[in-house]
Design a binder for this molecule. Structure first.
Ligand code: SAM
Length: 342
């Protein structure tokens, strides 16, 4: 079965079910091994690092799972100034980061003009670096303007490709159709584009996961971000169980096998549910990690879920910690933009 998935770079609904349900630890070890080999054939033992700058936790949306949702009145809101963002980049550049990821809630305070100015300033100071934006659903004109300003990549998890499941995770004002369309527009404009989903989100089933995999095959994104859903105490999903390490690792491996060149992070959420989660994510086929470059005084406020790790560490500590973690499993964190390899 694994050979067929690997050779055809596709998976049937039955094969997915078999892999997700099996208790056969040998089969799962083989799955991870094949995925890891696939990643190293393309990217070697090099791990790409992205400097994550969480620049605003204001958000106009009200996704039921998210700690910075508009309806969470307990969230302590903040915004970074352009100077603060540039200072994060400076620290990051000196530490060897060549990609900066600007992530935030959907915050109307940052108009298109402001976003373009920030992108332009980063690109003029650090022309050897890639800028990734992760600021949600915008119009085609806005995406085009950011791209013209120099943005290289865009992360927009689709969250779930199943309409009914999408409705369980989001209020009526939001639409899966629009989210999917945004991803298609981003690809069309020329961004290296990332979709993705949470593993174990409330209401997720093998069927919805199968839809996610079909969507990945259809979109052919350069990046896929997946990590476990983790409940946040001040959201409607406070009492829901978190996604598991095991299921997340299985899905990481499957995604690597069906879409071999993808840039696939071992996420902070994975590191949150297991102390060695990120190492295990790399050994299951991941090839990217995203240490935090946000100023320490705001780290704790960008709380998408409870118990988020690395909220007290300076950027240099995060980078050193990550380099040591990757070295411990035979990988090397590199100073590189880390573009998608065709
Ligand atoms: N606003 C942008 C957007 O919608 O793409 C970017 C920020 S959003 C907070 C980034 C991602 O965090 C979401 O795509 C979601 O998958 C993830 N996330 C939110 N709440 C989470 C939770 N409770 N557990 C795990 N991941 C979560």
């Amino acid at each position: 079965m694994l050979e067929s998935i690997q050779n055809t770079q596709s998976i049937s609904r039955e094969e997915l079910d078999a892999i997700l349900q099996t208790q056969d630890s040998f089969l799962i070890q083989e799955l991870h091994k094949k995925a890891q080999q696939t990643a190293t054939q393309i990217y070697g033992n090099k791990i790409y690092i992205r400097g994550l700058i969480e620049f605003t936790n204001y958000c106009k949306n009200n996704c039921y799972y998210c700690g910075i949702r508009n309806g969470n009145t307990k969230a302590d809101r903040y915004r970074l100034t352009t100077e603060q963002i540039l200072s994060c980049c400076k620290t990051g550049w000196n530490l060897g980061f060549r990609t900066f990821v600007l992530q935030g809630g959907e915050d109307p305070y940052y108009t298109d003009v402001k976003i373009c100015q920030i992108v332009q300033e980063i690109k003029s100071k650090y022309p050897d670096c890639a800028v990734t934006l992760s600021i949600g659903e915008k119009s085609e004109e806005s995406y085009q303007a950011y791209f013209n300003a120099g943005a290289d990549r865009y992360l927009l998890r689709h969250e779930t490709a199943d309409e009914e499941h999408y409705r369980k995770l989001h209020p009526q004002q939001m639409s899966l159709n629009n989210r999917k369309n945004c991803l298609k527009v981003l690809k069309k404009i020329g961004y290296q584009t990332g979709c993705g989903f949470m593993v174990g989100s409330p209401g997720q089933t093998v069927d919805t996961l199968y839809q996610d995999l079909l969507f990945i095959k259809e979109l052919k994104p350069e990046m896929v971000g997946i990590g476990p859903f983790i409940p946040h105490k001040d959201t409607p999903f406070a009492d829901q169980p978190a996604g598991t390490l095991d299921l997340t690792l299985r899905l990481l491996s499957i995604i690597r096998l069906i879409h071999p060149h993808v840039l696939l992070p071992a996420t902070t959420a994975l590191g949150t549910i297991d102390p060695k989660g990120r190492e295990k994510g790399i050994l299951a086929g991941g090839n990217v990690v995203m240490p935090n470059l946000s100023p320490v005084n705001v780290r704790d406020k960008y709380k998408l879920y409870d118990n988020k790790i690395c909220t007290g560490d300076e950027a240099a500590e995060c980078k050193a910690c990550m380099a040591a973690r990757m070295k411990s499993i035979g990988y090397e964190v590199v100073t590189d933009r880390g573009d998608y390899k065709v």
